[in-house]
Design a protein around this ligand. Structure first.
Ligand code: S3P
Length: 449
């Protein structure tokens, strides 16, 4: 077998066109890969480090554009953060309640986590005024999901479209505790409220309809917050005001990034890959369960616990996949992996149905419409549902021009689909991958046989 030809062309508008030419006889994937640090944990380590007392040391931070946005916002708010690298980042915390009024607008770039979590912290900074914004994608994403509960706590927030869209202006207030029943399972909503509760006298509780990722709960506890969890009702309570103390954080590899290799290894015939040092927190492993349901051959090796998070090496070998149904409580535990799961479904026998995933419509792009359109351009049979997709597997894909819509997970999902499509696939605006996975295309080149 000869290797695929992968080229990147920089366009006049500085976007990147990624061209993947699959050799006529196909290809296989072999090797060991280390994915970059977990995005959710990276954001939280920078934020909690900034508001803790003393120094926080972070190993394995994700150097993607999203955590860079968090770092620059918290620097503008007065925290001292050393140069970002994967070895060791030092954050000199300024203590809870001490974020400074910045002289300019805080820009969260493409990152919903930066904007929504930061809002929770800013809202409780009495007497200080902040303005926050983001790129065009983030400015179109719903913010009322965090603005409303914060207003219930007494926050003063203004924004476009009845306070639902960034840019937002926040006049910090002393907040009152609340019990918020979130209509959606969202770790960003939950974390925003818990962070607002940190500085608020009394018990602040969030109840969600299904359990979302629990990295905030784990890290807040590790930093010294008084936090209790009721798994029966999916509720978390924080008792404020808290004192946080700087910690050593070791960030595991991101399972959302590993998912691209797991699906690639499963669908490209004759492949065997090991993805090392991947975080396997049970609130994130829906993708492993879904792929297992589809008949993927994935083994967890060398399972261990690193700084309060479970970690493993994941070995995947190619196998024949079958369709599955994804709905209910598993969805929030694999919400970011649904675009790449859709690619797996295209190569599975039978019709895969994904439901209860309307949240995909308000991610960095409308991931239901965009994935359906782009995969269908390549010859797949994907039908949009209001809250998911119906994917009939087994039709061969042919290379063509596709577009990431500036969404990192779409760019990488399409690159994996291109490995199994005949001919040449051109992915426009592929540079979006650097939001969560700088080095993705380099790793792809290295594992192709
Ligand atoms: C994240 C939570 C999820 C996820 C996002 C990161 C987090 O969003 O999609 O990529 O770090 O809290 P929602 O909370 O909106 O579901």
């Amino acid at each position: 077998m000869s290797a695929a030809v992968i080229t990147v062309e920089t366009q006049q508008d500085l976007s990147h066109k990624l061209i993947i030419q699959r050799p006529p006889l196909g290809l296989s994937l072999q090797g060991r890969i280390r994915v970059p640090g977990d995005k959710s944990i990276s954001h939280r380590a920078l934020m909690l480090g900034a508001i803790a007392q003393g120094e926080t040391e972070i190993q394995g931070l994700l150097l993607g554009e999203d955590p860079r946005s968090t770092a620059s916002c918290f620097q503008a708010l007065g925290a001292e953060i050393s140069e970002l690298n994967t070895e060791l980042v030092r954050v000199k915390g300024i203590g809870l309640g001490n974020l400074q009024e910045p002289v300019d607008v805080l820009n969260a770039g493409n990152s919903g986590t930066t904007l929504r979590l930061m809002l929770g912290l800013l809202a409780s900074h009495r007497g200080r005024f902040f303005t926050v914004t983001g790129d065009s994608s983030l400015r179109s994403r719903p913010m009322s999901r965090v603005v409303k509960p914060l207003q219930q706590m007494g926050a003063h927030i203004w924004g476009r479209k009845d306070n639902s869209l960034a840019p937002l202006a926040i006049q910090g207030q002393a907040l009152k505790p609340t019990h918020y029943y979130s209509p959606i399972a969202s770790a960003q909503v939950k974390s925003c409220i818990l962070l607002a509760g940190l500085a608020t006298e009394g018990k602040t509780t969030v109840t969600e309809p299904a359990l979302s990722r629990d990295h905030s709960e784990r890290m807040l506890r590790a930093f010294g917050a008084d936090l209790s969890v009721d798994p029966e009702t999916n509720s978390v309570t924080i008792t404020g005001p808290a004192q946080l103390y700087g910690q050593k954080v070791i960030v595991p590899g991101d399972i959302s990034s590993a998912a691209f290799w797991l699906v690639a290894g499963a669908i490209v015939p004759g492949s065997e890959l090991v993805v090392e040092n991947v975080g396997v927190n049970p609130t994130r492993t829906g993708i492993l369960e879904a792929l297992e349901l589809m008949g993927a051959d994935i083994q967890l090796e060398n399972q261990r616990e690193v700084a309060g998070e479970p970690v493993a090496d994941l070995r995947v070998r190619s196998s024949n996949l079958k369709s599955c149904i994804i709905a209910g409580d598993i969805v929030p535990r694999m919400i970011d992996e649904i675009p790449i799961l859709a690619v797996a479904a295209v190569f599975a026998q039978g019709t895969t149905i994904i439901r209860d995933a309307a949240e995909l419509r308000v991610k960095e792009s409308d991931r239901i419409t965009v994935m359906a359109q782009q995969l269908n351009k390549m010859g797949a049979q994907v039908t949009e549902l209001p809250d998911g997709m119906e994917i009939t597997g087994g039709t061969p894909l042919a290379g063509t021009d596709v577009d990431s819509h500036t969404d990192h997970r779409i760019a990488m999902s399409l690159a994996i689909a291109a490995l199994v499509a005949t001919g040449i696939t051109t992915i426009h605006r592929a540079e979006a991958a650097a939001i969560s996975y700088p080095g993705f295309f380099q790793s792809l080149t290295e594992i192709i046989n």
